[in-house]
Design a protein around this ligand. Structure first.
Ligand SMILES: Cc1cc2nc3c(=O)[nH]c(=O)nc-3n(C[C@H](O)[C@H](O)[C@H](O)COP(=O)(O)OP(=O)(O)OC[C@H]3O[C@@H](n4cnc5c(N)ncnc54)[C@H](O)[C@@H]3O)c2cc1C
Length: 283
């Protein structure tokens, strides 16, 4: 596990300064935002490994896959072979000989539990062991927003990442990536991050400023910004102390398994692959 505090030093040590300069604005736009400097190099490499799955041409011209209809087909296929109980909020998990799961309107008894919601939600409803409580309370997240606007005068079909943000840092709440949701629709998504002080007005005025700099006009927001809890991660010190080894040791203890962003890493592909790994390892 590579976990030096500062990825600048790591890239420099490997003689890869030019790669840092080219890739970190993209990595920060995609995942780390203002956390850029502090994020463990292990997370940076994990993200870059994901981007590296795009073919050479896509990487070269930064032509990211235009998002299609989302991941719905994946969930439809999974749902087809499972007994689903939708709309159930889990309120209590109690583990003894069997595992009792209580929701707002039901109670079930299981032999095993695979928890796929965020781990902080596990802490708020489950009879967490001391080890589970200690590991999960170390999870950190940041906030990011998605702002959707109709805009005149911007190029069609763009996926744009602001460059040179290492040398000329932008405010946390400035959008770092922009793309047209549906080619030709003139509807664009903007991706800024947020900190404790960020206001909605600030998010919106930064979008207007960014559009102006790109030569666009007539910004019409399509609704309120959507605000997301983002990037479950551990601090570098925890990585150094072997937190991921401890997390893996939890798997199967009290017939409970965890498959989510914290065990898998950010992204749907990593989530799917981790779930498959867990099945292979235990079931
Ligand atoms: C704005 C945004 C854009 C993204 N874009 C991409 C992308 O383009 N490509 C990509 O690969 N990844 C993308 N991601 C990342 C990806 O969505 C996450 O990494 C992934 O969804 C994490 O999976 P998860 O199973 O841990 O959590 P989630 O997908 O968040 O699923 C957890 C589920 O648990 C439910 N839940 C929580 N508490 C309870 C409870 N008590 N009872 C019952 N249910 C509960 C939640 O409602 C939720 O449905 C994006 C994320 C965001 C926020």
């Amino acid at each position: 596990m590579i976990a030096p505090r500062n990825y600048h030093r790591w890239f420099n040590k490997q003689g890869l300064d030019f790669i840092r300069d080219a890739l970190m604005p993209i990595a920060n736009a995609a995942q780390f935002g203002h956390l850029g400097q502090e994020a463990s190099t292990a997370y940076v490499i994990r993200l870059l490994a994901l981007l590296n799955r795009c073919n050479f041409l896509k990487k070269l011209v930064l032509n990211m896959p235009q998002f299609q209809e989302g991941n719905q087909e994946l969930w439809n296929r999974l749902a087809a072979t499972h007994n689903l109980c939708l709309g159930q909020t889990i309120e209590r998990v109690s583990r003894g000989q069997t595992i009792l799961v209580k929701t707002t309107s039901n109670q079930w008894e299981f032999e095993r539990l695979i928890w796929t919601a965020p781990v902080d939600d596990f802490l708020s409803v489950a009879d967490a062991s001391t080890e589970e409580a200690d590991i999960f309370s170390r999870v950190r997240t940041i906030k990011r927003a998605v702002i959707t606007c109709k805009i005149e005068g911007l190029p069609a079909n763009i996926f744009y990442v602001i460059r040179n943000t290492l040398n000329q840092p932008l405010p946390t709440s400035y959008p770092l990536a922009i793309y047209e949701v549906d080619p030709g629709s003139k509807i664009y998504n903007f991706y800024p991050f947020m900190d404790e002080t960020t206001t909605i007005e600030e998010l919106e005025s930064n979008v207007v400023d960014c559009v102006k700099k790109l030569g666009g006009t007539q910004v019409t927001p399509m609704g309120q910004p959507l605000i997301w809890k983002w990037f479950s991660h551990f601090l570098t010190e925890d990585l150094k102390d072997g937190i991921y080894e401890r997390l893996e040791m939890l798997q199967g203890s009290q017939n409970t398994y965890f498959a989510n962003e914290m065990t898998a890493g950010v992204s749907v592909p990593y989530g799917m692959e981790y779930a498959a790994y867990l099945v292979k390892r235990f079931f």
